[in-house]
Write a protein of this length. Structure first.
Length: 279
């Protein structure tokens, strides 16, 4: 049973996680290199326990950017005094490799939730509700650690899904990392072609929907890309090939047939999972 949790990293994910856990009656301590982040977490009641280095927590959560997690696992593990360690990073293979030899039983984690513009936000602990929470076993994982990870995910009302770290990165490169890069590339193209005032009144919902991910922190997008670049680069090449096929289409029937297949596939996806609200 989880009673005490320590969260390292009190940004969007860590703070809202803390709020969620406190609401569930869990004792939560937190740490962040930013004094402003720590004070915000206190104000939002994401922390209700003073951190004690002698305490043994049931679970420690690394809620930092991907490269910060990797650096922490390599250098700062002496700080961890916990039964189980889990992270929230969006790339898993490289993180799990660094977890493999840890003395503390560790689980790779990735909750599929968040918002596009993560620079300014209000408390939203409900972001974890029904969110798929991907879990990756590592060489340091134990059965007890896996059970604690499952208890943790269920505690915050998310849906646990076990997945191999390599498969995680292959799939997430398509569903998350590539869309972020494409969103930024479309904005970059618009910037080079037109003045913003010229586009302001003409940018429709289509442009807004396709570019909203470019509002994400540049550090976060860079982390995702550079720690999963081989998978993303393969997909970019595939996409370029697909766009070159489209350039060659001149017949209406051929174009309609091409688009109909994609519409059918996308509608099937929506029918199965529902449409998610853009944020």
């Amino acid at each position: 049973m989880i009673k005490e949790v320590h969260i390292i990293g009190l940004g969007l994910m860590g703070t809202n996680l803390g709020i969620k856990l406190v609401e569930k009656g869990i004792k939560v301590s937190g740490k962040d290199i930013s004094k402003n982040n720590y004070e915000r977490a206190l104000n939002y009641k994401a922390i209700n326990l003073t951190h004690n280095e002698d305490s043994i927590y049931d679970l420690t959560v690394l809620a930092m950017p991907i490269n910060k997690i990797i650096s922490f696992l390599k250098k700062d593990m002496i700080e961890i005094n916990s039964k189980v360690l889990i992270d929230l990073g969006g790339t898993k293979e490289i993180i799990c490799k660094n977890m493999n030899k840890l003395e503390i039983p560790s689980i790779g984690g990735h909750p599929l939730c968040g918002i596009a513009d993560n620079q300014t936000w209000d408390p939203m602990p409900e972001m974890y509700n029904q969110a798929p929470f991907l879990l990756c076993e590592t060489e340091s994982s134990t059965n007890d650690a896996k059970n604690i990870a499952l208890d943790f995910v269920e505690l915050i009302n998310s849906k646990p899904i076990w997945i191999n770290p390599k498969k995680h990165d292959e799939l997430i490169s398509l569903t998350s990392h590539l869309p972020h890069i494409l969103s930024s590339a479309l904005v970059s193209t618009a910037m080079q072609k037109h003045d913003i005032d010229e586009l302001l009144d003409l940018a429709s919902g289509g442009f807004d929907g396709a570019t909203r991910l470019s509002r994400t922190s540049p550090n976060m997008i860079s982390d995702m890309y550079l720690t999963n670049d081989l998978n993303v680069k393969d997909l970019v090449r595939d996409l370029i090939s697909e766009l070159e096929k489209i350039i060659l289409i001149e017949d209406e029937k051929v174009m309609i047939n091409y688009l109909s297949k994609t519409v059918e596939w996308r509608r099937a996806l929506a029918n199965k999972f529902g449409e998610r609200k853009l944020s």
